[in-house]
Write a protein that binds this ligand. Sequence first.
Ligand SMILES: NC(=O)c1ccc[n+]([C@@H]2O[C@H](COP(=O)([O-])OP(=O)(O)OC[C@H]3O[C@@H](n4cnc5c(N)ncnc54)[C@H](OP(=O)(O)O)[C@@H]3O)[C@@H](O)[C@H]2O)c1
Length: 255
Amino acid sequence: MILDKFSLKGKIGLVTGAGSGIGRAMATGLAEAGANVALAGNEMEVLEEAAAAMKRSGLHVSPFHVDMADPESIEKLVGSVLKKFGRIDFLFNNAGIIHRAPFEKFPLEDWEEMIKVNLTGPFLLSQAVANHMIEKGIKGSIVNTSSLIAVLGGVTVPAYAATKGGLTQLTKAMCNDLGKYGIRVNAIGPGWVKTGMTKALRENTERFQAISDRIPLGRWADPEDLAGLAVFLASDASEYITGQVHFIDGGYLAM
Ligand SMILES: NC(=O)c1ccc[n+]([C@@H]2O[C@H](COP(=O)([O-])OP(=O)(O)OC[C@H]3O[C@@H](n4cnc5c(N)ncnc54)[C@H](OP(=O)(O)O)[C@@H]3O)[C@@H](O)[C@H]2O)c1
């Protein structure tokens, strides 16, 4: 039955940046669909609060520390999740950061930090998880959180655009190399979502209005708008879908 294919019952998942915003909403949806979800993030207090709220709703989740800028921390994360659960069926590389400055003045240290967190971290985590899936014969799913800014350049976000463009191409490269193992790799491309990352932008009334006016559905996304696609891509309902970027933007790119 088709609805059974959307169920994540019995699956173990790992979501980075799961303590807030899009990651928290996706992790909640994935757990509501039946998965046991490892929540990873850097700020343990935030992560533990998110985990406690999900547990109060009867969901199966556990918090794990990771600093996505640190290769050793990423290796440790995978070891800890495997020690606790023994397997990983799906991975969401969702953690990300943004620094804003005009290209002419963009600081090298901000550029380097963003390359580490937004691109090198997902590369290393995916490699470790994919090797585990290959070893165990798991036909898993890996989903990267890209952005509209992977295909539009954005304004004052050169490093963000470069890292999200890179993550999109990495998604396709991984799809090609991992397909033979039955591992699928997709990206989600959120549009304008009401999270901490966009707070300053939303407080700029003129910019907020200009963006809102260009969204055919007429509103910014809530983080929960991302959860349905997350469940679909983690589940067997999407078992022939790989190498794609799935935009959730209220129609922004069509305008
Ligand atoms: N909001 C939007 O409109 C939008 C649009 C397109 C794409 N995105 C992407 O969506 C993803 C989630 O962002 P969001 O909008 O939900 O903003 P957010 O609430 O700020 O979430 C970002 C998450 O990344 C985690 N993170 C940052 N640096 C980390 C590090 N070094 N190690 C581990 N975790 C780290 C944060 O966890 P800690 O607090 O624990 O550090 C946080 O949970 C990002 O990749 C972002 O680029 C957002």
